[in-house]
Every structure is written in structure tokens, then in C-alpha cells.
Write a protein that binds this ligand. Sequence first.
Ligand code: SF4
Length: 498
Amino acid sequence: MTSSVVNGGTAVTRLWTGDYYNEGNGSKESIFDKVKEECGVFGVYGHPDAANLSYYGLHALQHRGEESCGICTSDDGVFNFHRGMGLVKEVFDRDRLESLKGSQAIGHVRYSTSGSSQLGNAQPLVFKYRGGDLAVCTNGNLVNEPGIRKELEESGSIFQTTSDTEVIAHLIARSPKDLIEAVKDAFSRLIGGYAFLIQTKDCLITACDPHGLRPMVMGRLGEAYIFASESCALETIGAQYVRDIQPGELLVVDKNGLREDRFAPMVRRAMCAMEYIYFARPDSDIYGVNLHTSRKRMGQILAQESFVDADVVTGVPDSSISAAIGYAEQTGIPYELGLIKNKYTGRTFIQPSQELREKGVKMKLSAVRKVVEGKRVVMIDDSIVRGTTSLRIVNMLRDAGALEVHVCITSPPFMNPCYYGIDTPNPADLIASSKTVEEIRQAINADSLFFLSEKGLKDAVGVHENEYNNGLCMACFNNDYPTPVQFEDAKLTSCSCD
Ligand code: SF4
């Protein structure tokens, strides 16, 4: 069922009179009302230029994490690695990359929240254990990590970081079995959403959780094997996409080639629906579905579910442009660039620091007066988290002369926290957890408000149609979590990929 509400033609009261995106609001809150993807991973096996390929691959995954990054290579068994705070292009230069010799590599980009924004948690993490060197990086979050960490600490383990990834390394190191069996044993203890890359001196291992909550793809570049969180990274380095890694799979690449194995059966596929809605790049494909195309379909279906008579359709850049084009195609209402993002404001340096976040709110979005003035505007966005951003953008459009602003959201109401690697605010701050759609409409000062239905979302993604929920996790919309989440000290995703 579509969630929507229309203000029946009455005058809309200005609810918020502060500054806008491009002026800064001086408040304590983040200017961005978006949930955050936590991390991206990239791996190479069997290419003499592994570090450079990783650099370009991580650059393509930069949207998945801007806080820190790192690359670890293996050069005939000798590990070379570098990690730093900042963007890939800031952390690595030519000299640094030249020092990272070797034909295999794993790399990582990371987003974190304030508590864990430190170099010590940057990945890949590198360990020495009785079997030699081990480098590990993760995308995702382990719900039962606190319990496992406590158990390990009580039996003598000493941790250097607050990272999930280190817990995995301890589990592997403590096992008396050979490496692959030890890795399988370790993974079988984990509950959560994750995609891992593990490097030893002479092999690369990748695995996805039994629900496949986080994406991972495999490609080939000549004889080399490439692994990446998203297929756009394969495209960037000229690699050919081979396939998505399946839930519960464990792949090993070494001098004998690729070994396809499992550490768990697939229980219920549950790819994160937010990857399709917002996180992944539009030029990426997940399970063969192109993200731009599926977002266009979200816009088309949203238009079928909730047509609004208007003069122009605009999308909040960048993630909602595809859906806005779809909405416009479906309705015949012209698509216009009613909102422009300033590309040159750059990243807010050390983003999780509240003080700097406040300074970083100069920017980033402007309404195009000549496009919206005197018009009834349909504004497409991908989600409403706290509602603060939607309010600012609606008011920005009104101040630029829009007669009406109708807000259409290409996801169902975001009501529940994520435990699987997406940084969501405190559940009480999720506006849809406590307000009706009509109350949200009032709070964001819109003339009408529509959300895409769950069915519409599933139809728009259009994959795994015979599987439960079409193989999607939609727990933040419907509270139907694919794993247990109620542990004594379950970890909400607020600082994962840790
Ligand atoms: S709860 Fe929401 S954000 Fe988290 S994995 Fe599921 S769909 Fe994605």
C-alpha cells in the first residue's frame, strides 16, 4: 500500500525559517539527513600492478566511505601496506603506490561515526599469527561481535582496535585447523551482514554472510581475479564482470586457481534494499540489475501509485535523478534540473567530528529559480531519515518561487534501525518511527507526501522474484530482520566495518 498524504489545497505554513544547505544552519545536527554506507572493499590476485589497480578500484568505491582507506599487497609473501585518514587520492600518491609492490592486494575505504574515526581502525588490518601474515578487510557489521569479543577477552585475547575485523582475525588465529577450515569456523560464528576479503602471503579469500546482505562481485582482468563491493570498480579498471558472490559462499584464489566453496548454506537471501535505492553507484549492477535502471523503475512505479498533477519534476541530486527521470517519463510531466549540487565544495574534512561537521555545512545544494518559480514542483528523493534535509529542500524550493512542492520518496518510510552495516541514527530520531505520514508531511512543509510501497520497491528491483521478499532485506521499513538481532549487547550499526 502506498503511504501518502496530500494537503488538500490549503495554504502551507512555513514551519522552518532557518538557513539552507548552501548557507549552513549553525545547528548541532548534520546537514545531511542520509543514512550512510559504511565501507567498500577491493581485491586483486595475480596482477603485477595490484596496488595501482586497487587505487583505481577504491577510487570508484569512494562513495562507500570517505573517512579512511588502505591497501595491503603481498610481494612474494612479503606484506606491504599503507593506511591513512582521508580520501584515496589524498592518502596515496605515486611514490606510495610504487612502494606497494606485489601481484596481490586488498584495499578498503571506510566511513565511520565519531566514536571510531581513528587511524587505528583504518583497514586492511594486518596481523601476524602462527600461519604467517594475514590482512583482513570488511564491509558490514557483526551483530554478535560484542559477545564474541567479550568471550575472547575473557580467555586472554588482547585487542588493538574496536574493530569487528580484529575479532575475525582472533577467531582464525585461535583455531587449530588449517587456514581455510579456520576461516570457515570463524565465519560460522558470526551473525550480521558482511562481505570479507582476507589475504595471506599467497592466497586471497572472500566470503559473504549467509543472507548476502552486503554486495560483492568477482571479475577477471586477463588472468587476474578481481573482487569488489560494486561492479563499477571492475568497469573502472577494465575488468570483466563474472558474477556476484552468493550468500554463504567462500571463494579462495591461489596458484591453483579459483576454488568455490561454502561456509554456510544460503538461509534466506536478503540483499540490502538500500543498496538499490541509494547506496550503490548508478553505473553498478547488483545481481544483474543496473542501479540507474531500477531507480528509474522506482520513479515510474511511484508515479503509478501516487500521481500528482504538477508542472515540473526534479530529483534531489545525485541519487534521486534516475528516479525523477522515471517519474517524468511515466507522467509526461517534464523533468527539470530544479536543484543543483555544487560539485566543488568537497568533503567535509574529518566528517565525524561534530565541530567540523558544523563548519562543513556551507554548500551544497541550490534551487534553480528560473526552473521552479511559479511552478508546481514534484520533488523526488530516495528516503527521509530525520526529516531535516527534506524540510530544508522544500523550503529552498518555496523560497525560489515554487507554488507547490510535492515530495515523492522512492522507498517506504524508514522506521527501524539497521544492524548490518548502515549507519542509522538513534531509532527515536527516525521521523517515521513516531510520526504518521501526515505528520511527516507537515514537518517537512510539503503540499503532499508519498512513499513507494514495499511491493512497488520489489517490483522495481525485479530480481529473485520467487524468493522471500524477492531476496531483499527491507527491515528498516518493515521490521522483518533476516537474522536475530536481540542479543544482550547487540551492536546497532553505528560504527561498523570496524
Ligand atoms: S535494515 Fe535496511 S539498511 Fe539495513 S541492510 Fe536491511 S535494508 Fe539495508
